[in-house]
Design a protein around this ligand. Structure first.
Ligand SMILES: Cc1ncc(COP(=O)(O)O)c(C=O)c1O
Length: 508
């Protein structure tokens, strides 16, 4: 085990900040005299509280210590994260600093456009950059993540066919077995029937099966390529053509853009629309629905249906305008625009040649990993009949190791965390590969980090053979031991606000 670093998380029995409250305790006591202002004299009646806000009364050092403890518990590790399909690349501090500047962080979306010119210019310029990378005609940044961008497409599809009077007939959205689940899910949420096509033994979805289901009922194809196993479907043009010849729309889920950045353009493959994830590909931090942004772009033909407001350059500067024929909001206002600033700074710094190099590096890093990982006994490649190189990630299987040890991929995931490795990505549901795991190195992890990650995995696999109990009961050094995910399906057991917590524990 030489060379492996142990990690031990700080564990605090930290109360909730509401539980630390003591009447009259203050963080800050302003000097006398302070003028009392009657809120009713300055605020409209509708904004006045009937009762005092339930805020914790806590001293400033206690507040600092409380949040320090929580951050130690949650951020203590910041380990190596090769979390496949999510492209956990480094989020440059420069981007974070730009987004935190007062001139940006303190903006309010209800401000007049004349006071938002800098931000609107960045949005417009970034829209132009993504047009360049995809060949699409217009982008919006309202969606709160990749799945929300896929949903935007599903609603745009609905509006497009409704306007043509074909919505009652075009009910089918086609996707494939290994597509990200947000594609079928968002199509279903928008009211379409979902047709999911199988994979053939060569690892590609079946073109014959596509031809058999395409018809005048087809509304759209929704696919990601490369898929979440790192497999690039070389027949993609034919897929798109087949659907479009039948009058359907083709949507490219470009979440896995990292390995092909600057190397292909969605429009040239025939797609009508695509999405990028700024929180993966473009250096913005990952956070489902939080700091995430799904950029949705489409051709001129679909642009009338885009959610407003749209940012436009005019002779008098930049303006936001509503889009009366659009699908309406998919999120509040224009979305998380300070993330667009981070992505813009990342892409500007990288430049056209830089992103091509990053794409090549991410593919190289993955193929290096693949060579080392496949040399570990018990590790096999998912869909071994697909012998071509994977792109920026590869899905592997621990099926053989699992049969030998009686342990699971989730046990490996838990034990690796004891050595400072963030939980590795296994697979989206439903699993089509037994005991899967899907690392993705991207371009920003060093060779030493990648080697360390593989060394930890090798150690844990060997430990599973010699001391399976240690692996089965992991993690041993984390804030919480094994977490029963089933609890998430019982809403009575969790609460995301203090008020909900009191209600659910009967203390309201
Ligand atoms: C191919 C693909 N599409 C869509 C998504 C969904 O993106 P998000 O998590 O931002 O909603 C992911 C997420 O990993 C993905 O890998």
């Amino acid at each position: 085990m030489s060379g492996l670093r142990r990690y031990h998380a700080p564990v605090w029995d930290e109360p909730l900040i509401m539980e630390m409250s003591a009447p009259g305790r203050r963080g800050n006591v302003p000097p006398e005299p302070i003028e009392e202002l009657d809120p009713a004299s300055v605020l409209p009646a509708g904004l006045l509280r009937a009762t005092r806000a339930a805020l914790p009364e806590v001293a400033e050092p206690d507040v600092l210590r409380h949040y320090l403890h929580l951050s130690q518990e949650t951020m203590g590790m910041i380990g190596i994260s090769l979390f496949g399909t999510c492209t956990m690349k480094y989020n440059p501090r420069a981007g974070e600093q730009l987004a935190q500047r007062d001139g940006l962080a303190e903006l309010h979306p209800d401000q007049d456009d004349s006071t938002l010119q800098g931000l609107l210019e960045v949005v417009h310029r970034f829209d132009l950059m993504l047009r360049g990378l995809s060949g699409m005609d217009r982008f919006v940044f309202q969606a709160g993540g990749g799945a929300a961008a896929a949903f935007t497409h599903a609603t745009v599809t609905r509006a497009y066919f409704a306007e043509r009077g074909e919505l009652a007939q075009r009910r089918d959205v086609i996707t494939t077995q290994q597509a990200h689940p947000c594609n079928p899910a968002t199509a279903a949420a928008a009211g379409f029937n979902v047709i999911t096509l199988p994979l053939e033994s060569d690892g590609y979805p079946s073109l014959d099966a596509l031809k058999a289901v395409v018809s005048d009922r087809t509304a759209a194809l929704m696919m990601n390529n490369p898929d979440d196993m790192g497999i690039y479907n070389p027949h993609v043009k034919e897929w798109v053509r087949t659907v479009k010849d039948a009058g359907g729309l083709a949507f490219y889920d470009h979440a896995n853009f990292n390995g092909v950045m600057g190397r292909l353009r969605a429009a040239e493959l025939g797609f009508d629309a695509c999405m990028f994830m700024l929180h993966k590909t473009f250096g913005v931090s990952k956070g489902g629905g939080g700091p995430a942004v799904g950029a949705y772009g489409c051709t001129e033909e679909l642009a009338p249906y885009l959610p407003g407001p749209l940012v436009e350059k005019t002779d008098d500067g930049y303006v936001r305008r509503e889009n009366p024929s659009g699908v309406g909001r998919v999120r509040e206002y224009s979305g998380n625009l300070n993330q667009v600033v981070k992505a813009y700074s990342w892409l500007t710094a990288m430049g056209g040649d830089g992103i091509k190099e990053a794409a090549d590096l991410s593919v190289l890093a993955n193929n290096y990993m693949e060579t080392r990982l496949l040399a570990l006994p018990g590790v096999t490649k998912a869909i071994p009949t697909m012998t071509k190189h994977r792109l920026e990630m590869t899905r592997f299987s621990l099926e053989e190791w699992s049969a030998e040890t009686g342990l699971k991929a989730t046990d490996v995931q838990n034990r690796m965390a004891d050595f400072g490795i963030d939980a590795m990505w296994l697979s989206h549901e439903p699993w089509i590969v037994p005991e899967p795991f899907t690392p993705e190195a991207g371009e920003s992890w060093s060779l030493e980090d990648i080697d360390y990650w593989i060394d930890v995995l090798a150690h844990v696999l060997e430990e599973g053979r010699t001391d399976p109990e240690k692996v089965r009961t992991a993690p041993h050094e984390q804030v919480v031991a094994q977490f029963d995910g089933a609890g998430l399906d019982r809403p009575d057991g969790w609460a995301t606000t203090w008020r909900a917590h009191r209600r659910k524990t009967g203390r309201a």
